[in-house]
Write a protein that binds this ligand. Structure first.
Ligand SMILES: [Mg+2]
Length: 279
């Protein structure tokens, strides 16, 4: 009879020598949202129970999203509605990280933002000066705008050609939707501007950047070594852990399939069928 341990190894074990250990306990957990906690409007089965279990033993839980088109208040509302009681302060996303980063590191600089209202409101509230004038822009913040126009792309192109600092909210080339569909995200805009200007991005703010990671860790008051990063993407969530020294758990409920792990240079600490596997 196949014993339970072999099954556990398949469920939990990443490396053959891990012998199917249970995921160890951490003081803090950073959870990606899309593909990890929910898919579209549906919670991943077991996600609410996992968060409740962690909170019951006083572990710190923080949600971390790269998606630049919503404010953290709307995530808190969505999660609460889905059964995971969440406040805005429990969420760090790329608009918040961009606003805090630019306000702290480039105070007073004129920023040409390529994002939607959610991003621009966050920037303005943090005291970041926005401009649409490419001759005035000292920083171009590439992002995702579902109404982007050629004049906006041209303005960013001209500002970058003039030497503006090239920043971006997040590197995701696409955003996955239900049913396997995807739509273009910030990464595609970065690629467009890199192609037109011959420049490379200077500063990435969203995952896997240490900028957003350090912000999330500061919010929960823990060090990288005390926390587990849980997410569905190798190139953002898992790489973020690797870059900043957090253990990582890859969940297979989102964009990454188990066979993609082979040949990847990114090696998660744990590989789980879903967040339900976190004790
Ligand atoms: Mg995700």
């Amino acid at each position: 009879m196949e014993n339970a341990r072999d099954q556990r190894k398949w469920r939990y074990g990443n490396k053959p020598d891990e012998k199917g250990e249970d995921v160890k306990s951490y003081a803090g957990y950073l959870f990606d949202l899309d593909g990890t906690i929910y898919l579209g409007e549906e919670l991943i089965p077991g996600a609410a129970e996992t968060v409740a279990r962690l909170r019951a033993r006083s572990a710190r839980v923080q949600f971390l999203s790269n998606k630049p088109i919503a404010r953290r208040e709307s995530y808190a509302e969505k999660l609460s509605k889905l059964g995971i009681a969440t406040e805005a302060g429990d969420v760090v996303n790329s608009p918040l990280a961009s606003a805090r980063y630019l306000a702290a590191e480039h105070p007073g600089a004129s920023v040409l933002s390529m994002g939607e209202a959610a991003l621009n409101e966050e920037l303005t509230e943090a005291g970041v000066r926005l401009t649409e004038d490419h001759e005035e822009a000292e920083i171009v913040l590439a992002s995702w705008d579902r109404t982007i126009s050629w004049p906006q792309l041209d303005a960013a192109h001209q500002a970058l050609r003039r030497g503006a600092l090239f920043c971006a909210t997040n590197p995701d080339t696409v955003c996955p939707l239900e049913g396997g569909k995807t739509v273009p995200d910030t990464g595609a805009i970065i690629a467009y501007l890199e192609a037109s200007t011959g420049r490379k991005l200077d500063i990435m703010i969203g995952k896997p950047s240490p900028i957003i990671t350090e912000m999330a860790l500061a919010e929960i008051g823990l060090s990288a070594e005390q926390c587990l990063m849980v997410g569905d993407r190798l190139d953002t969530d898992m790489e973020m852990g690797q870059e900043s020294g957090l253990d990582t758990a890859l969940v297979l409920t989102g964009v990454t399939a188990r066979d993609e792990l082979e040949g990847s240079s990114i090696e998660p600490t744990w590989v789980l069928e879903s967040v339900a596997g976190i004790e």
